[in-house]
Structure formats: structure tokens, C-alpha cells
Design a protein around this ligand. Sequence first.
Ligand code: CMC
Length: 432
Amino acid sequence: MTDATDQVTLSHDGQSYELPVIVGSQDERAVDIRKLRSASGLITLDDGYGNTGSCTSAVTYVDGEKGVLKYRGYTIEVLATKSSFVETAYLLIFGELPTSSQLNEFRGLLTQHEFIHEDMRHHFDGFPPNSPPMAILSAMINAVGCFQPDFMQPEDDEHFMEPAARLMSKIRTIAAASYRKSIGKPMIYPRSKLRYTENFLHMMFSKPYEPYEADETVVAALDRLLILHADHEQNCSTSTVRMVASSRANLYASVAAGVCALWGPLHGGANVAVIEMLSELQQSGEPLERFIARVKKKGSSTRLMGFGHRVYKNFDPRARILKNACHRMLDKLGVHDPLLELALRLEEVALSDSYFVERHLYPNVDYYSGIIMRAIGIPTNMFTVLFAIGRLPGWIAHWREVHTNENARIDRPRQIYVGPNVREYVPIDERG
Ligand code: CMC
């Protein structure tokens, strides 16, 4: 939406340039610099894109100052208490909450596509033991695409439900199979009667002759966790998916790239890093104040993992929901996790320290999610894979937004070159 009456005047080198202001549906404002270079020769520079809008999007809204997160206009608090992961996925991908018949159709497709091609089982054998599950996941998403060439480039918007469900269903089967492979156990086939989250737990934890009976509390907690991870506007992995999609790459290739971006410890990998940090603190017995002093030291490479966020300068609403859910779930299951006690004390120490207060560093989604996953029995090296399963509907929604945007162009940022100027080529035997 453009407000033609609102504009910014930029002066440089004795010239002025009028730049239009774009206004979003929540009144966010952006200076439209698309014509700036052709008019003035200037580009803008914003390392890490901290102040750059890379697109307009109708999927998710975040207000970092107020701690607000909405998917397609519905607050995360409402969705986390009233919706299911599958319904939320539908909402994100198709823009509206489904009717019962649409939800049933979507569920039916998730069930229909839950198996992976038998030949794909051999691909798992090619990975050495202890391969990182995120590496397996990314590779296998591209592999699964090779078995479904017709669905790689679903241009037909009307029939998008099938490719979306197919990928969502298969990622869950691949994730569970990669875990089974990593512990040297046979892959468990999905059971069509089970719902999405329960089926995943079954494929992770059943034994060949002893089906895993999932506790309702556990299923509900995992479903909520997936809802909370389902989208988060232009984060690193989603921007990666959009960038790859902008080259007209297929859905599988774009999502496989997103998995790799999510893997890093500053992004989705932080949920693993939080548990490692808490476990080390527990084992070493280092006083929390001393640990915080190490974190604060100028030039320190130690960070308080699970704290801070590029956009949230207030409590991450997902962390607030997870903190409460964590207490409730552990109480209900009768689990006592000393890492939760430690996490609470560490949060208290950090939030009463001016370093964190001045920099607006609060717990983010990854601070408490690992404790919930531990209580469910998910092994630490699968935490980021769970994040990927949760984030998939968001990635699919953004891929679709790019592909259905008639005005979309390939993403191609510019740069300011700071390397050497013209140099004389010296033959190798004359180099000093
Ligand atoms: N511990 C200690 N100091 C921190 C932390 C932290 N977790 N996060 C930021 N800071 C400091 C940082 O050192 C800098 O201080 P100074 O101004 O003195 O140089 C200041 O706060 C601003 O930090 P930044 O690195 O410029 O902030 P950013 O917006 O580039 O980074 C972040 C955001 C999430 C990568 C960062 O806060 C971080 O590394 N957090 C820990 C990793 C983590 O929990 N990541 C999960 C993010 S939420 C889920 C997701 O997106 O995947």
C-alpha cells in the first residue's frame, strides 16, 4: 500500500531527491529507494539488513517493540491455545482458517503422502553414523524432490494443497527416519490413523513390536511448540527460502536451503546451544554471576544463548508462552528437570543486569523450547530438526508468495566494493 502524499526528501551533492514512503497495514513505514540509484548513483548500505525491508508480505506481522506476533492477523496467543499445528499451517499457506471440509481434505493429503519412496531408504544408508540430522534433512528434502518431479514446481495455485501437504508430511517421516538411522535402529513406518504430531512421535519412538503410546499432554505440548515456530517473517532461513525461490528454484530446493540456514547456532541451532550451555553450567558449578560476567566481557565469544533477538526489543511472546507451558507440562508429567531451575535462575540474574536491560536482551523462543523437548524425550541433536518441521509451513507460504507475485524479481543485492584496485598480474616464478 503506498501513500503517495507521504515522501522523504534526500539531499546529496547539491541535488534533492523525492523518495516515496510505503505504508504497511500496521502503519509501518518504509522509504522506497528503488529509483534512488538511477536518479542519484547512490545505493544504501545495511550490513545484516537490520533496517532493510526486503519485500512486502501478507503472511506474518511482528512488532518487536511491543512483543506482538500475528500469523495472517491472528495473534500467536490465540493460535497457541485454540488452534492445532495442521490448522495453523493451512492458515499460513492459504491465508484463511480452513472450513471443516478443507481441513479434512488437507489432513487426508497429509496421511496419503506420509510414506517415502522405498528407494529412498537406501539414501539414508549413505550417511555415516552420527551424521548431523540437519545435514540429512536438507539432503533428503532435495532427494525426495527427485522422486516427485511433477511437484517440484507447483505453478498451479489452485492445486497447491497437494504439494504443500506432500512436503509437510514427508519432512516428518524423513526427520524421524534420520533419527532412527543415527541411533542404528530400524525405520518405523507411519500409522495412518494417527494425527500429524502423534504420528511423528510414533515414528521416533515405537519399537517394531511395541507401539509407542503418546501421552496427550506430550502431544499437545509438541503441537503447540510447532505452532510457535511456524513462521516469523523475514528471519534468516525464511529470507533464504525467498531468495532461492526468487531465482525460480523449485519448492524442494528452496526449502532445503532454508534448512541449512536454520542450522546455525545464531538461528535455529540456538535451541541446542541453550541446552549445552545449561548442561555445562550445571556440570561445572560455575556461579551464574561469574558466567554472566564472562558473557559481558568486551570481545567475549561467549553469548547467553537463547537471549536477544534482532527484532524483539521486549519479551519474545513465544518465549512467554513456552515458559508457562514448560512449568505446566513438567508438573503434569511429574518431571523434575534441574535445567529448568537453572534456566529460571540464569534468566533472573541476566534480567537484573544493566548490560541486558540496556541492550533489550530478553529470552527468545529457543530459551525454553529445549527444556520442553527434553521432557518429551526428543534427543538434543533433533531439536533444530523439530524447529524445521515447525517452520516448514512458513517457508512454504513464503515460497508461494514469491512465486505468485507477478512483479517479483530475482533477489540481487548490491555491495560497496572495498578490495584492491587494478593490479598488475605477476607470473608465478617472479612472485616474492
Ligand atoms: N548474549 C550476550 N550479548 C548479546 C547477546 C547474547 N545472547 N545478544 C546480543 N548481545 C549483545 C551484543 O554483544 C551487542 O553488544 P554491543 O552493542 O556491546 O556490541 C548487542 O547485544 C547487539 O547484538 P547484535 O549481535 O548486534 O544483535 P543482532 O541483532 O545482530 O543479533 C542475535 C541477534 C539473536 C543473533 C543475538 O542476540 C544472539 O546471538 N543471541 C544468541 C543466539 C540466539 O539465542 N539465537 C536465537 C534467536 S531467536 C530464534 C531464531 O531466530 O532462530
